[in-house]
Design a protein around this ligand. Structure first.
Ligand code: ATP
Ligand code: MG
Length: 422
């Protein structure tokens, strides 16, 4: 491995001073109890990964990862409430009051056969070997809050201070092992608002063929985190610059990058809105959405937003026209459509969105189930049984109340049916 991993294992294991911010860190009682129990049983137990990174930055970690030399079956025996999440890969989820902790046995991955998944997993006695297989120096830190110990064998603390994402070891090799890492590098640079270390960035183009082999599902989480970051525009720029964007969304025309990025960063940080802002103008967005492997509901919403955006002239529409648009869009999607209109500049001052909010608040009838007459009442008024005539009458009534919601009373709807032109 390269400069990041130079020096003997021994020196890397040497005690490092505990950073002040870690000595003050508040560790949830449940997390601490997991560490204490492992230590009491004579094992090593360290907080590792993103949690330590976030603590060092003065933040509050969302998840807690523990690395230990205890084997998975030993971990399972030590705790009452466990889920054998990925036991083959050494991960056991320990349930604690108010959350859970992922406990993973020290491991070192040997040859990644195809750039997708480690070919085999070797459990290890050694914390440094475990840290060495991690992707970036800022993610290769370990903290033992019980013993007040800290390990940073690859200069992660310095990279945090210099705000850069740098691979542990030789970037080209690490990207060759797992093609997801280039995308993770850009994701961390975006979310943390860090730079990519030059060697790390320079290794991305050469890793693109390996990236292509990564399961689409594995990319999803990284992309979602990137898209929801405040610095999303810079993130999309980094994806473009490194060649990743062409592999992920080849349908995005480079000539439109500037306009698109401005639109995406104006979009509120809601996945559906950000995705729609990204895909505005793409001829067949279905293919792109399918490739992102998002939940069906997200895909449907984004599809509807793109199929029925508020057009520039919408501010001149009547209330009835806006209600008809709500029906086409799906009324439950009005808030995301409003957010998209703000991002695309159709509703720069939010006035149109306010009008729509007023219309929705009045709860006008927008579908057959909102009509003051149900199917049975319509059949009774018409003097017919179930037949196509009922559907026709329903559509007729809905059409009338979309223009005039005040007509939606049983008496007035009956009157409309009686006087309906043939
Ligand atoms: P976040 O705060 O977004 O969850 P994280 O650093 O916790 O960030 P995870 O994806 O949850 O990231 O992974 C947890 C840790 O596992 C990472 O910090 C890193 O040490 C290691 N890791 C995860 N994915 C990889 C990978 N593809 N290659 C090497 N190490 C990885
Ligand atoms: Mg995490």
């Amino acid at each position: 491995m390269g400069r990041g991993v130079r020096g003997s294992w021994q020196s890397r294991l040497a005690m490092q001073p505990l950073p002040e911010v870690l000595s003050r860190a508040v560790i949830p009682a449940g997390v601490r109890s997991v560490l204490e129990r492992l230590l009491a049983a004579g094992h090593e137990a360290w907080l590792v990964g993103g949690g330590v990174r976030d603590l060092l930055r003065g933040g509050h970690p969302k998840d807690w990862d523990v690395a230990t030399d205890a084997l998975p079956e030993q971990v399972v025996k030590l705790f009452r409430r466990v889920v054998p999440t990925g036991i083959a890969h050494g991960t056991v989820t320990v349930l604690v009051p108010g959350g859970h902790v992922e406990v993973t046995t020290f491991r070192a991955e040997s040859a990644y056969v195809d750039g997708r998944r480690p070919g085999s997993v070797a459990f290890h006695r050694d914390l440094v070997a475990d840290l060495a297989r991690r992707d970036f120096t800022i993610n290769a830190l370990a903290f033992d809050p019980v013993g007040g110990r800290f390990r940073d064998p690859f200069g992660g603390q310095e990279d945090l201070a210099r705000r850069r994402v740098r691979c542990v070891g030789v970037a080209a090799e690490r990207f060759g092992e797992d093609g997801l890492r280039p995308l993770r590098a850009v994701r961390f640079a975006t979310v943390l608002e860090f730079e990519l270390d030059p060697e790390t960035e320079a290794a991305i183009p050469g890793a693109l063929p390996v990236f292509d082999k990564v399961a689409l599902e594995r990319r999803r989480e990284e992309l979602v985190k990137l898209l929801l970051a405040p610095g999303v525009a810079r993130g999309v720029d980094l994806l473009r610059r490194t060649g990743l964007l062409d592999r992920i969304l080849p349908e995005l025309d480079e000539a439109l990058d500037t306009i698109r990025n401005a639109r995406v960063s104006r979009a509120s940080p809601v996945l559906e809105v950000r995705l729609a802002a990204l895909l505005v103008g793409v001829a067949r967005p279905e293919g792109a959405l399918d490739r992102l492997r998002l939940p069906a509901k997200v895909v449907e919403t984004v599809g509807a937003l793109l199929a029925h955006p508020l057009p520039p002239e919408a501010s001149t529409w009547s209330d009835a026209e806006l209600r008809r648009w709500l029906v086409r869009l799906g009324p439950e999607r009005w808030e995301v459509a409003r957010a998209l209109a703000e991002a695309t500049g159709v509703d720069p001052d939010g006035a149109l969105g306010q009008r729509i909010a007023g219309i929705v608040a009045a709860r006008p009838p927008l579908s057959a189930k909102d009509l003051a007459l149900d199917g049975a009442a319509i059949m009774q008024t018409l003097g017919v049984g179930p037949s196509p005539a009922v559907g026709e009458a329903t559509r007729f009534l809905l059409d009338r109340v979309l223009d005039r919601p005040d007509l939606n009373t049983p008496e007035q709807l009956r009157e409309l049916l009686r006087t309906r032109p043939a």
